[in-house]
Design a protein around this ligand. Structure first.
Ligand SMILES: [Zn+2]
Length: 306
């Protein structure tokens, strides 16, 4: 007890000192802070509006819900693709999408269902479905042709040489469709060999974490190759800022990267605000013109979005 009484004033003082220090640090924090978050428009270059997000009608993430998420995060354009394609077509056709100020860049998804993930690269019925879908285009408020195919996945890069993978690459090249591909670095070379003029967007820029030097070499080798940055391992370090080697790569190729939400499961819709806020944090760490390119211009330029 005695000890407690003696110590009490000391601890009280120590606590007060810490509190004052904390107040002081909070007061100087704005002065010491680095650049503000990027505040410009965002182009979400990797968005899914799958069946389970809205069940073809309302829930849990109705068109009004997902459009509100885009709107409050300053997302003005999206690459939309969905399993099946109805979600993409719904977003493109609705007047409320137009009213929300969101431009839809529709891509043809190769998957009618989950089973299609594993065999699409050799499945002729997928090729036929893509042909039919492309011929139909999208209708409604943002009627027009599809602008790309994908996202498709290759979990074994050798399947990039599957007959349908090859035909689809050539189909995309011929029709000037972009391709959103979730593949490893080996598959980038294989896919590009089928269609050297194709506009390939590398989903996640290598979700397996291809070394930065390898990403650099691929960007140098294929001038039309673009990298989309969701889930990219090693991209951000302390406080959500860019890791040094990634910052250097983005500065070296400011015209080659885009951001994306990858709303592949509903949980990603629930965290859409946090995802976009996270992008704004590290974009703010770049020179304003580079941030604007990666946040908006690169995607908008690729697809002619005003
Ligand atoms: Zn995806």
């Amino acid at each position: 007890m005695a000890c407690g009484r003696i110590l009490k004033p000391f601890w009280t003082l120590a606590h007060r000192w810490r509190a004052q220090t904390a107040i002081f640090l909070i007061a100087i924090a704005p002065l010491a802070a680095e650049a503000a978050d990027y505040a410009g428009p965002l182009f979400d270059a990797h968005l899914h509006y799958n069946e389970e997000a809205w069940n073809g009608s309302v829930g849990p993430h109705s068109p009004a819900d997902v459009l509100a998420r885009m709107q409050r995060n300053g997302v003005k354009a999206i690459v939309a693709n969905s399993r099946p394609n109805d979600g993409t077509k719904a977003l493109a056709s609705l007047a409320q999408t137009h009213q929300a100020g969101v431009t839809v860049v529709p891509f043809i998804r190769l998957y009618r269902n989950r089973a299609d993930y594993d065999g699409w690269f050799r499945d002729e019925t997928i090729y036929e479905m893509v042909q039919a879908e492309f011929a139909r285009g999208v209708t409604g408020a943002q009627a027009g042709p599809y602008k790309g195919i994908g996202e498709f996945h290759l979990y074994d890069s050798a399947n990039a040489n599957g007959p349908v993978a090859k035909k689809l690459m050539q189909f995309a090249e011929k029709n000037q469709l972009a391709i959103l591909a979730h593949v490893d670095d080996v598959a980038i070379d294989l896919l590009m060999a089928h269609a050297p003029g194709a506009r390939l967007i590398w989903a996640h820029t290598g979700i397996g974490g291809a070394p930065v030097a390898r990403v650099d070499a691929l960007l140098a080798r294929y001038p039309a190759l673009m990298g989309e940055l969701s889930y990219r391992p090693g991209l951000t370090c302390d406080s959500g800022k860019l890791c040094p080697e990634w910052r250097a790569l983005l500065l070296k190729y400011p015209g080659r990267f885009m951001i994306g939400s990858d709303t592949w499961v509903n949980q990603r819709w629930q965290y859409y605000d946090e995802l976009m806020k996270g992008y704004r944090v590290w974009l703010g760490d770049l020179p304003p013109d580079v941030a604007r390119k990666i946040g908006w211009d690169n995607g908008a330029g690729l697809f002619g979005v005003k």
